[in-house]
Write a new protein. Sequence first.
Length: 479
Amino acid sequence: MSKPHIVILGAGPAGLGAASKLSRTSAAQVTVLEQQFTVGGNAGSFELEGVHVDYGSHRLHPACDAEVFQDIQAFLGADLLERPRHGRIRLHSRWIHFPLKPIDLALRLPPRFATGVLADGLSKLVPKNSIPLEETFASVMEKGLGRTICQDFYFPYAKKLWGLEPSELSPTQARRRVSNSSLMKMVRKVLSAVPGLKPKGSGIFYYPKRGFGQICEAYYHSALEHGAQVHLGARVTAVQQQPEGGYIIEHQSASSPSGAAPLELKADQVWSTIPITALAQLMRPKPPAELVEAARQIDYRSMILVYLVLAQSQFSQYDAHYFPELGTSITRLSEPKNYSNRQNPEDTTVLCAELPCAPDSAEWSLDDEQLGQVVLQDLEQAGIPVRAPVRRVFVRRLRFAYPVYRKGYEAYFNPLDEWAEGLQGLLSFGRQGLFAHDNTHHALYMAYSAVKCLDADGGFNKQRWQEYRKIFETHVVED
Ligand SMILES: Cc1cc2nc3c(=O)[nH]c(=O)nc-3n(C[C@H](O)[C@H](O)[C@H](O)COP(=O)(O)OP(=O)(O)OC[C@H]3O[C@@H](n4cnc5c(N)ncnc54)[C@H](O)[C@@H]3O)c2cc1C
């Protein structure tokens, strides 16, 4: 076999990155199956009353791998903008610039917070004989950052984001998924805002003119141009492993009459970017009962995105407002027009509020008007009330937003991961496939790495893949 037929499940950054790279290098014949009618997954965009909006605040971070970044630049050309970061955090009824700036630390930090951080920093200089505690997100963060930053910022924020007490979260959440996990790292970041000390890429992000989703659309078009087939509105309902090798993938097409038998597609290899928990449910023969149970024990946090269409040209000059405190339900508010610096449409702007929740929570089933009210009240309380008429409230729900690293989740994820790794001709990767709280550039890097594991004879080199997996372990999510 020289050119395998690879069926990719999911058209988010991981799936499309792989589809584009595989077809551009003529390494495989590629078919992508995506349940939605649009591409991009959680990193997609859509248009709302003339404004390009994303699924919550999305930026391309300068930490992006060079090869991936070169491709994005080549695809988007002048449409890829370099933008200054200009956000702010609500803390003790004050606003502090985010990313932190030395001037804010000196002049604008709430006094109780500033003295607390200073005292925490000084106490670190004194060696202690503390009794080692069981490590959790809370203990690792507190050891690195001190009590004040944790109690006032990271702990309430974590509780809102993941729906768990910080002591119920795994230390992995702190080590690999928080870029400022020690006071020194934070100080270095703050100092990097000083002209002259500024390393390349600090304080900026990249953003496409027509929304973050333009990145995935570019990968989609590149894959099509190079011969890949992409079926949208195609929901995968079963992945059958064949005794003679390869797979048959059953999927329901949205254009088929209701009650029609599922469509079937034969593949030499399946590259899955759908949630690993869903993959375990779809696999035939079924995985052993203990793995089906393991898949039930880990979960992803969901997110409601509430878009307010306002009759005004600009709500504020900031790209994003962060709300770590528990008094508000939302965690972040972004204004997409400020990401691309677009002036049009002149009389309209859109705000996007992020409300993390569980899919069985009361919030998940609130209607659009109720959700609009939740956001308006939060903004009023934070001292940034919406004064312009709200033309429309529009809601989108992401079922799989963040993997939840509950303490001990590794006992369930690791066997599931080993099972998927052990299946001949199957690869599970991407943010959902590896249960990794990763950025888009990490998902794309995984896709490119997977393509590099395809040997000239069409076989997949799992040993090489394991080497790449060690690199993925070093990825740290950027906000
Ligand atoms: C609120 C929020 C903010 C973020 N901000 C940033 C940011 O600023 N910068 C950044 O780089 N990243 C950010 N991210 C992360 C980014 O969205 C992800 O890293 C990226 O989307 C992961 O890509 P993926 O392809 O691995 O997964 P996904 O984007 O989740 O794609 C998976 C795809 O699989 C499809 N699928 C699932 N089940 C099936 C099925 N049965 N059949 C067919 N298709 C199926 C889904 O519809 C989806 O399209 C953010 C994420 C969230 C939630």
